[in-house]
Design a protein around this ligand. Structure first.
Ligand SMILES: [Zn+2]
Length: 396
């Protein structure tokens, strides 16, 4: 593809402006994706597979260190502005008051000048940079369309209207090296490249529930699972566990698997690796305090990993996992029938089904549809001569 060659040709070139650097990183990441499309043919060539993983890891480390440097530069810039504001405090305060009087808008204090008072020239440069990076987006789309074998494409779950996922795709076009792992829920070859499991290691089908515990939603899901004698895997958020610790303990005591969904429910693409580590530790501590288990199995909010966040999670000993089918049960327009059809319409052995037992971060009352769909889903699993299984979570 001529466009790809043109963009990727500067992969190891000299440092120039940030926009060109992002384009080179995106091209490198996309080369890695194109490379991984051969995994089916090279499944037994472990040496080459390890080399690809190492190459991707180097890309992730490079992107991580550059993002850290940018965060540090922003911190220093804010500090510099604040110091300047203090030294010129009187003048700037007066200027702010004048602006407020003239515009009728609240004044911006010297120390708060940032995005709001960025000069127009800088905003124009950002727009131009984004426009240039638009060239990368077709490559991401092409990769998504072509990735994997025919059988894998047929088995690929439907894409839902999921705002964070759309954000992930957009982000992949603007800083692909950093956000490439964010595509893993949508592109099996990316999750395989990054060694993020989407399917059970054994037979059976895993019923997994994110975002809990929830006083009504979790209790209702537990009742259905108990009625069918089906085990589940609950990816808990630490902040909700702190609000309902007894409910978290009830999940574990009922024999279900307990895993981590972060402490807060934030998009990892917006977090530094350090913030990801703090969130993981905080969430793990909250769950351990409530259930006596410190989970090391982790699925991030929205299923979105950043390159640096994924590497940081692994350094902390966490095992990342995703899913193979989702019910889009978070959406306001979802119904029990639509959820059951999406999640269990074309079941295969080893599928991991994504559901939600809470509406803390989705449409109000959405858990009611999930609870109503759950008996149909379990019956569909049994109709396929399969059985519900826990994800084999690990704990510290
Ligand atoms: Zn979630």
């Amino acid at each position: 593809m001529p466009q790809a060659q043109q963009i990727g040709s500067g992969c190891h070139g000299h440092q120039d402006d940030k926009g060109d650097r992002d384009i080179r990183l995106a091209a490198c990441a996309l080369r890695a994706v194109r490379c991984c499309k051969g995994d089916g043919r090279d499944a037994h060539d472990q040496g080459r597979y390890r080399e690809r993983l190492a190459r991707t890891d180097r890309l992730a480390q490079r992107a991580s260190s550059q993002v850290e440097q940018e965060h540090q530069a922003k911190r220093e810039h804010r500090l510099h502005d604040r110091e300047r504001g203090e030294s010129q405090g009187g003048d700037l305060q007066a200027e702010a008051r004048h602006r407020q009087r003239d515009s009728g808008q609240p004044a911006t204090a010297a120390g708060e000048r940032g995005e709001q008072s960025r000069p127009p020239r800088k905003r124009g440069a950002d727009a131009a940079r984004l426009e240039r990076l638009e060239n990368v987006r077709p490559l991401v789309a092409a990769c998504r369309d072509r990735g994997g074998s025919d059988a894998e494409r047929q088995a690929r779950p439907d894409h839902c209207e999921h705002p964070p996922m759309r954000l992930s795709l957009l982000a992949a076009g603007t800083a692909a090296a950093w956000s490439l792992p964010g595509l893993a829920p949508l592109i099996p070859s990316v999750s395989r490249l990054l060694a993020i499991p989407r399917r059970l290691p054994g037979d059976g089908v895993a019923l997994t529930f994110d975002d809990g515990p929830h006083p009504q939603g979790t209790a209702a899901v537990l009742a259905v699972l108990d009625r069918f004698g089906a085990p589940g895997t609950f990816f808990l958020t630490g902040e909700q566990v702190e609000r309902a610790p007894r409910l978290a303990a009830e999940i574990a005591d009922a024999g279900h698997a307990v895993a981590l969904h972060g402490f807060r429910h934030r998009n990892m693409l917006r977090l530094s690796p350090g913030a990801v580590v703090r969130d993981l530790r905080h969430g793990q501590e909250a769950i351990a305090a409530a259930t006596g288990r410190a989970p090391l199995t982790y699925r991030p909010p929205f299923g979105i990993f950043s390159a640096g966040g994924l590497a940081a999670a692994r350094r902390e000993g966490f095992e990342p996992i995703l899913w193979s089918r989702w019910g889009c049960d978070w959406a306001a327009l979802a119904t029990p029938a639509s959820i059951a059809a999406k999640v269990a319409g074309e079941l295969r052995p080893r599928d991991v089904l994504l559901l939600h037992d809470a509406d803390h971060y989705s449409a109000a009352g959405s858990w009611r549809n999930t609870v109503a769909a759950l008996p149909r889903i379990i019956e569909a699993i049994e109709a396929h001569a399969l059985r519900p299984e826990r994800w084999p979570v690990t704990s510290a």
